[in-house]
Design a protein around this ligand. Structure first.
Ligand SMILES: [Mg+2]
Length: 271
């Protein structure tokens, strides 16, 4: 609470405008709404994903490990056909320029902004992703895309994948039709296929991790040996289910409340 007040002193918050007016108060302060502040808090993560060598290296690392694992699994001669399950957003398609737009506009994710984006079909392939999908097919496997994009987004999604040269078709594209959980959709594929690897940027791409941050970490600890072996996770510090897991009322509150919840979830060493 104390540190939150300190944060407010540093970032002078004024409700009149959604845009930063650098130097409008004085050289050392900025003015912005809580909505803008929430957006601003993703700047460094977005910069990391858009510009850093480290992010690209992390993504290549994931695809390379998953390829090796696939070959190992192939050598075991399972009776079932071999498959790999991949998430789409921030796993094989890069949408992070939407976040860059939100930041520039002092806004955050909205269904309307997302609709405009996916209709544009401009998401680029993640580094190494097309090569990975080709590799799986060249080695006798199939790739299923399980996404929480809705059924209504199917055409744009498939078109975008094909534009980026992914091998994909409607059979291998599993949209969200009901619940957000991907468990039943994974189970459906596992009936006919041995799934050699699961790739995603969110823990829910692998398991139903639970609602609280503590529960999610505990489940991951229980499955620690599976990461890098069965589950392959691409980092995403900008958005994901980790965000609301910090507080059960996260989406029931406003930008101001969420800013406070974010701050309260930090653990300083002096406390
Ligand atoms: Mg994703």
């Amino acid at each position: 609470m104390k540190s939150f007040r300190k944060l407010l002193c540093i970032y002078i918050i004024v409700i009149f405008t959604g845009i930063i007016h650098a130097g409008s108060a004085d050289a050392d302060t900025v003015q912005m709404t809580y909505e803008s502040l929430q957006s601003q808090q993703t700047v460094l993560g977005t910069v990391w994903m858009q510009t850093s060598a480290e992010y690209r290296a992390s993504v290549y690392q994931v695809f390379n490990f998953a390829k090796s694992r696939f070959i190992e699994e192939k050598s075991k001669n399972y009776e079932k056909k071999l498959a790999v399950i991949v998430d789409i957003d921030e796993t094989v398609l890069d949408n992070i320029s939407t976040q860059a737009e939100y930041i520039k506009e002092g806004k955050n994710f909205s269904p309307k902004a997302w609709d405009e984006w996916r209709k544009a079909e401009k998401a680029a392939a993640m580094p190494g992703a097309v090569d990975f999908v080709n590799f799986i097919y060249e080695n006798g496997g199939e790739v299923f895309y399980i996404t929480n994009r809705k059924e209504a987004e199917r055409k744009n999604t498939l078109d975008n994948l094909l534009k980026e040269k992914f091998k994909a078709d409607n059979k291998h594209l599993i949209m969200k039709t009901g619940e957000s959980s991907k468990e039943s959709r994974r189970n459906q594929i596992e009936v006919d296929y041995h799934v050699a690897a699961y790739l995603g940027d969110d823990i829910n791409d692998f398991i139903d991790a639970g609602a609280t941050a503590e529960e999610r970490r505990r489940k991951v600890d229980e499955l620690s040996k599976e990461f890098g072996k069965k589950y392959f996770i691409i980092p995403n510090p900008v958005y994901g289910s980790f965000e609301a897991a910090i507080n059960s009322d996260y989406y029931k509150t406003d930008y101001r409340g969420r800013t406070q919840m974010r701050e309260n979830s930090l653990k300083g060493w002096k406390e």
